[in-house]
Design a protein around this ligand. Structure first.
Ligand SMILES: NC(=O)c1ccc[n+]([C@@H]2O[C@H](COP(=O)([O-])OP(=O)(O)OC[C@H]3O[C@@H](n4cnc5c(N)ncnc54)[C@H](OP(=O)(O)O)[C@@H]3O)[C@@H](O)[C@H]2O)c1
Length: 429
């Protein structure tokens, strides 16, 4: 074993970074044996230098992250600051000054992954980011390496623990959205400002990363259709139950049936209780992958938290250090397929539509005609009426999102339709 240590610069020492430092210290001997050389924490960049950080030598702490990455003797930079800047500039500088990079930064990778990969390649360095999607769950590496000889057709995932916690609460207790969010906040599962989670921004970043790797195609954050889950109601869960379904916020990356394009989207959807993703409870994450040769695969585990996320970071650190010792680099960006990313209107799926209508003869026929005129075929209809008003629940066969939108617009203009109470896509069948 080499005795000269590999030097690691840790950028950020918060929820994830502090756990990375702890595991590097407590598992130092095992890490050295697995890598073939000891790893040494050479510096820790933070914003607040005065903060007490258990287990961190204060002499290593600096507020000058730029000077740390430019030292010239750093082998690996671990970026766990988060956000776009200064993380982007620091990672680029790290490559230019001879270091490989491990990052957990989904926002940055979804936005600027292509440029960062190019910078890594130009400088002959590694860029690894297993922790950026679904915390501890091995997902990037299985997609990038284990399935490199297969053809992935679909990635369907619960990739945000906060929203899964909220939806699971609504499902199991009958609570409304706000009540479930309040509980998630009180228990520390939701941040004070939950927008990034509940509006689907966090899941959309992960969907962009997953789709890019799965389909060997550049998928930018802007390519991902996004709908949050704040409008999901207890009534939606009641409807889902009647159909033998539950509701999850899903990230869905799909190859079109003809294989010529791909789509990536995030939205709440009904899924059958028999689908493996339906049983993912609490703040857990799970990703279901469908491929030509392997068939169906499911990856499950804790999608966030300091220690689980640090596990993924450390896995990358070991891989990058091994590459470093052997003078090699791991797989870089694979975007050779360059498939076009289709808009949401092209997505084909099933829909559950709940309408408030006048309770009088002929309404059902009128509504059915509108569906038929837009080429959306109806699977089932359920009608409940009282006091001159009625609700009509329509479940469709597979249709494009564009056709469904046209149908809904036309329905809204009918005198007998008082309102469209909810539209929910039905997935996983
Ligand atoms: N938390 C999770 O469960 C989780 C899961 C998966 C991925 N991630 C990703 O991991 C990354 C880190 O998340 P986190 O939860 O650990 O964040 P965090 O707890 O807020 O920690 C951020 C760290 O970065 C430091 N920092 C902020 N601005 C800095 C700057 N300009 N220069 C140097 N240091 C700076 C902070 O310093 P101070 O300590 O002085 O404030 C802090 O130590 C993010 O990209 C996040 O998306 C997190």
């Amino acid at each position: 074993m080499r005795t000269r240590p590999l030097k690691v610069a840790l950028l950020g020492c918060g929820v994830v970074g502090s756990e990375v430092a702890r595991i590097m210290t407590t598992h130092a001997d095992d890490l050295a044996a697995r890598i073939g050389a000891p790893v040494e924490l050479a510096g820790v960049a933070v914003r607040r230098p005065g903060k007490v950080r258990e287990g961190i030598d204060p002499a290593l702490v600096t507020t000058d992250a730029t000077a740390l990455v430019k030292r010239g003797d750093i082998d690996v930079v671990v970026e766990v600051i988060g956000g776009i800047e200064p993380a982007r500039t620091l990672i680029t500088a790290a490559f230019e000054h001879g270091a490989s990079v491990v990052s957990a930064n989904k926002a940055l990778l979804a936005q600027d992954g292509a440029a960062l990969h190019a910078a890594a390649e130009e400088n002959g360095k590694d860029l690894y980011y297993e922790a950026a999607v679904a915390g501890a769950i091995p997902l990037i590496r299985p997609l990038r390496e284990s399935l490199a000889g297969d053809k992935v057709n679909r990635v369907l995932g619960i990739v945000n623990g906060t929203t899964n916690f909220i939806l699971d609460k609504m499902d199991s207790t009958g609570a409304g959205y706000q009540e479930a969010l309040d509980e998630a906040t009180a228990l520390g599962y939701a941040e004070a400002d939950p927008t990034a989670d509940v509006e689907g921004f966090d899941a959309a970043a992960k969907a962009a990363i997953l789709a890019g790797i799965a389909f060997h195609t550049r998928v930018r954050l802007d390519d991902v259709y996004r709908e949050g889950m704040t409008e999901v109601t207890a009534a939606d869960f009641a409807s889902a139950k009647e159909m033998g379904c539950t509701i999850k916020l899903l990230a869905i990356c799909e190859r079109a049936a003809d294989g010529a394009s791909v789509t990536a989207r995030v939205h709440p959807a009904m899924i059958p209780l028999s689908h493996p993703l339906a049983s993912v409870r609490g703040a857990y994450n799970a990703v279901f992958v469908e491929s030509d040769a392997a068939g169906q695969l499911m990856f499950y585990g804790p999608g966030a938290g300091g220690s689980p996320t640090a596990s993924a970071v450390l896995g990358d650190l070991v891989a990058v250090c091994r590459n470093r010792l052997s003078g090699a680099t791991g797989p870089g960006e694979s975007a050779y397929a360059a498939l076009p990313v289709s808009p949401m209107g092209d997505v084909v799926t099933r829909y559950h539509i709940s309408l408030d209508v006048a309770d009088k003869p002929g309404v059902l026929a009128q509504v059915a005609t509108v569906f038929a005129e837009h080429g959306v075929s109806i699977d089932t209809v359920r009608q409940q009426g009282k006091d001159g008003e009625a609700s009509l629940v329509v479940v469709t066969h597979r249709a494009s999102d564009a056709a469904l939108n046209g149908t809904v617009e036309a329905l809204r203009s009918l005198d007998t339709v008082r309102g469209v109470a909810s539209i929910m896509r039905v997935e996983g069948e």
